[in-house]
Design a protein around this ligand. Structure first.
Ligand SMILES: Cc1cc2nc3c(=O)[nH]c(=O)nc-3n(C[C@H](O)[C@H](O)[C@H](O)COP(=O)(O)OP(=O)(O)OC[C@H]3O[C@@H](n4cnc5c(N)ncnc54)[C@H](O)[C@@H]3O)c2cc1C
Length: 283
């Protein structure tokens, strides 16, 4: 997908819907861990200037936002704003065996933010760099070819992107006893054919990929930031976007030209788009 496809006017990328009710109260300092993982471009929002300018602004450093920011940074100056902190050093995120603990942690510093849906279901959403990939069950599969066609995407680019993701993040899972039993049960119940281990979306039963490696270590979308251009990407953590700024687009839709975000001590920062993004390409 090229920047031209995205359109100059759409240079402001909203990687996620704004969770405006979520106020970041974290006081952790990111820089120490960021240095450890060589993320020199990751900083605390308190250190952000009052006003700055970028070619692209990505709101939400989640499953989509991290790879998007990393690839855009190949050719453009990119700002990634994430309301949570780093996922590293938190075993509730990094270890498969603490999967449920992350979801159960309701402290203000938790990477999971508990919420109740409008129909009363207790649920959790991510509040951490890497987003849902830091909390989820780690199952990975490609979409079906029909889905990609219906979405109007370029199948060649989609497949190249899948391979890029899979090389970094996807593992073949072990199949312990109860999963083996479930697998056999599905086949016995007629959910066939048996596709074995595959990342493709196929009718029948299959063993998909996982973002947990053989040692039970979770690999998250935040890891994609290692692929970013370190001088073209800036990431602010504990940066809660409160407003997207629009100007009228004449007869067309309004055009976003910046955002306002708040740091963990209530400081307000304004960021504006410049240049329209240039010729960025995702893999
Ligand atoms: C318990 C659970 C298990 C799951 N299991 C699987 C699975 O096995 N396989 C699978 O494919 N999917 C699974 N999912 C779903 C998957 O994790 C999500 O679909 C995916 O992470 C969504 O990606 P996203 O980039 O749209 O949003 P997210 O990854 O949620 O990223 C959004 C980011 O935006 C940030 N943000 C929000 N508001 C603001 C703001 N105002 N300012 C700044 N930042 C902001 C958030 O902190 C977050 O980091 C699971 C989800 C859950 C909750």
């Amino acid at each position: 997908m090229s920047a031209a496809h995205m359109g100059r006017a759409a240079a402001l990328i909203l990687a996620t819907l704004l969770a405006s009710s979520c106020v970041s109260v974290s006081v952790t300092v990111a820089s120490k861990e960021a240095r450890r993982y060589n993320f020199r471009f990751v900083r605390h929002a308190r250190d952000a200037p009052a006003v700055s300018y970028y070619n692209y602004i990505v709101v939400g450093g989640g499953t989509a936002g991290c790879p998007l920011a990393a690839t855009l940074s190949e050719h453009s100056r990119v700002l990634l704003l994430e309301r949570g902190g780093l996922p590293y050093g938190n075993r509730n995120v990094s270890s498969e065996y603490h999967f449920a603990d992350a979801l159960a942690d309701t402290s203000p510093l938790s990477p999971a933010q508990r919420f109740v849906s409008e129909d009363g279901v207790v649920n959790a959403r991510a509040r951490v760099l890497g987003g849902g990939s830091c909390l989820n069950a780690g199952f990975y599969t490609r979409a079906s070819a029909g889905y990609v066609r219906a979405a109007g995407w370029d199948a060649r680019l989609v497949n190249a992107s899948y391979r890029w993701v899979e090389r970094a993040l996807v593992f073949r899972p072990g199949v312990p006893r109860w999963q083996r039993a479930l697998h056999a049960g599905l086949l016995e119940a007629g959910v066939t054919p048996d596709n074995g281990y595959t990342l493709e979306h196929l009718p029948g039963t299959k063993i998909g990929g996982t973002i947990f490696d053989r040692r039970g270590r979770r690999h998250t979308a935040a890891d994609f930031l290692r692929r970013a251009h370190p001088r073209r990407l800036t990431v602010f953590l504990h940066a809660t976007v409160s407003r997207v700024l629009f100007r009228p687009g004449g007869k067309k839709k309004p055009v976003a030209y910046g955002v306002v975000f708040t740091d963990s001590v209530g400081g307000e920062h304004h960021v504006y788009l410049r240049g329209g993004g240039g010729a960025a390409r995702t893999r």
